[in-house]
Design a protein around this ligand. Structure first.
Ligand SMILES: NC(=O)c1ccc[n+]([C@@H]2O[C@H](COP(=O)([O-])OP(=O)(O)OC[C@H]3O[C@@H](n4cnc5c(N)ncnc54)[C@H](O)[C@@H]3O)[C@@H](O)[C@H]2O)c1
Ligand SMILES: O=C(O)C1=N[C@H](C(=O)O)CCC1
Length: 268
């Protein structure tokens, strides 16, 4: 049997973090060696929450301390954007390969991380959405955008989400930008009678963010043509839907020597 990949997880008590702790702990090719959180320094994870029954790795509030103590191969970052940037930079500085699900990092931060990872020849995967169906929805939207240039992206998430638009909606628009020239949509004299009525604008496409209790993560991309519309939709009904992508990213990042933004770049 191969030596397991030593993993640390940032944000272990969060909705995604909990799911990732379970997935990593139950996979014999991975070893959860520590977690990074805001609180509970020095406690065992099993002491923090009943859900972590039998998981005895330690909680650290300082990622440097965690890395020095546990010598991990990989950081799975699932916390908040305010903390994520420093976590990823620190991981890269210690040759620990980041797998990042946290959204809300700005373009400057992403560019800086890309430079650090590529200059150091160290793998780093940032995936705005780990669900395989969501990646296909983005790729299908990009394919369709070659033929339909008028596009509205409607992303729908639970009401505890901090960032809007979602990372997935931004990434979808970026993929579409690769095949569609900027185009102002709607009537040239269109007036927004209420600010935000037409959503956010990316190269003339519109992005609408819905936040409601009961939702998990959903996106509809509507493309309009002459006498027809095409609707492409993806739904995540639980957070297990993201774990196939997290698992694949941990395995893949260990073989990478560069920065990757988007799961579509590592899927066969
Ligand atoms: N890429 C994907 O497929 C995907 C899927 C779901 C969520 N997300 C993103 O993952 C992130 C987490 O989502 P969530 O729903 O689990 O959020 P959450 O609020 O449930 O969890 C975030 C956790 O991070 C912890 N935290 C805050 N500051 C921290 C710090 N300095 N160090 C370590 N932990 C810290 C919080 O205490 C909380 O437990 C968000 O950015 C979300 O957009 C991405
Ligand atoms: O629950 C969230 O928050 C999610 N965020 C990601 C995004 O911003 O696109 C992906 C889906 C879930």
């Amino acid at each position: 049997m191969e030596t397991p990949i030593k993993v640390i997880i940032s944000g272990p008590r969060g909705r995604m973090g909990k799911e990732a702790v379970k997935m990593v702990s139950n996979n014999e090719n991975f070893q959860l060696v520590g977690v990074v959180d805001r609180i509970n320094e020095g406690k065992k994870l099993s002491e923090v929450d009943n859900e972590f029954n039998n998981i005895d790795c330690l909680v650290y509030t300082d990622i440097k301390h965690c890395i020095k103590d546990t010598q991990p191969d990989c950081l799975v970052e699932l916390s908040v954007p305010q903390a994520a940037f420093e976590h990823i930079k620190t991981a890269l500085a210690y040759n620990v390969r980041p797998v990042v699900g946290t959204t809300g990092l700005n373009q400057e931060e992403l560019d800086e991380l890309e430079t650090i990872a590529n200059d150091g020849n160290i793998g780093c995967i940032i995936a705005p959405n780990f669900a395989i169906g969501a990646v296909l929805m983005m790729k299908f939207s990009q394919m369709a955008a070659k033929y339909f240039q008028d596009i509205e992206i409607i992303e729908m998430h639970h009401d505890q989400k901090l960032d809007a638009p979602s990372g997935t909606a931004i990434k979808t628009a970026q993929l579409i930008e690769e095949v569609r020239a900027p185009k102002k949509q709607g009537h040239p004299d269109e007036i927004e009678k209420m600010p935000g009525a037409r959503g956010a604008d990316m190269s003339g496409m519109h992005i609408h963010s819905v936040r409601l209790p009961g939702l998990i993560a959903h996106q509809t991309v509507m493309l309009g043509g002459q006498g027809e519309t095409l609707t492409i939709r993806h739904d995540s009904y639980n957070r297990t839907s993201f774990m196939t992508g997290v698992k694949l990213s941990i395995e893949t990042v260990m073989k990478l020597d560069r920065f990757v933004y988007g799961l579509e770049n590592i899927l066969d």
